[in-house]
Design a protein around this ligand. Structure first.
Ligand SMILES: [Fe+2]
Length: 242
């Protein structure tokens, strides 16, 4: 039995309560079932670290000119053989070495800087904070056929408020859901990032997320951008070690 629930959609600089275009699908998997798939530290983060929004996650759309720049930079780097197997892929389950995720670094490019600037303002607005500090940009990561992503929360010292941006997919035969556990939700929700709805805002330290179903398709590429409120690191460390 699956219920559908539409959430607000964030387009550029204005808010829209757009029913149907941005939806999270509630599944039958319960909160406790999802939490048991994660390690103790991840569960501790969910319980004790600060939250900034009601649900902890929101579908968004990257402004088209920014998105075009990101895709162009990604394809340029790939064409120049700047893609290599990802060494830090502990949370990605892949079937063989040939299916290890690929990493195409686009950090430091004009396209990445422009995205970072837009996200910094958009995420701060979403969270009701005056500003956010950028802490990391990771990717582009390209998942290969059969991959899964172990449920987790992100590294709490630096990753508090983040975005996942869908960059490209190749020969994907079945939409690949990202499972998330919104604050206070009794059940796991799925979100499907597409070219039209290509970005997820999420509170990365406190919203568990993963991909439980194997990728059915050749490739699926995402970029991850992370921020934290000023003073977050010491505050989070204190809370986690008290
Ligand atoms: Fe993550």
């Amino acid at each position: 039995m699956i219920r559908r629930r539409s959430l607000r959609n964030y387009w550029g600089s204005s808010w829209h309560a757009s029913e149907g275009s941005a939806s999270f699908v509630s599944t039958t998997m319960t909160r406790s079932e999802f939490l048991t798939l994660m390690g103790d530290m991840h569960r501790q983060q969910v319980q004790i670290l600060p939250r900034y929004t009601a649900s902890g996650c929101l579908c968004a759309k990257v402004p088209p000119t920014l998105k075009q720049g990101l895709v162009r930079e990604y394809l340029r780097k790939r064409a120049g053989s700047h893609t290599s197997p990802e060494t830090d892929a502990a949370l990605v389950e892949f079937q063989s070495e040939s299916a290890r995720p690929g990493m195409t670094w686009i950090t430091g490019s004009d396209a990445e800087a422009a995205l970072r600037s837009w996200l910094s303002a958009a995420l701060a607005t979403w969270c009701g904070l005056p500003r956010l500090d950028h802490t990391a940009t990771y990717g582009v990561r390209t998942y290969k056929q059969g991959s899964r992503l172990t449920p987790h929360t992100d590294r709490y010292l630096t990753h508090a408020i983040s975005a996942i941006i869908h960059i490209e997919k190749k020969l994907v035969t079945t939409d690949w859901p990202l499972e998330v556990l919104p604050h206070e939700a009794s059940h796991v929700h799925q979100v499907f990032l597409t070219d039209d709805l290509d970005c997820l805002f999420y509170e990365s330290a406190t919203v568990p997320h993963g991909r439980l179903q194997p990728l059915e398709g050749e490739e699926y590429s995402n970029l991850f951008v992370h921020f934290s409120p000023p003073g977050w690191s010491s505050k989070a460390e204190k809370l986690m070690n008290q």
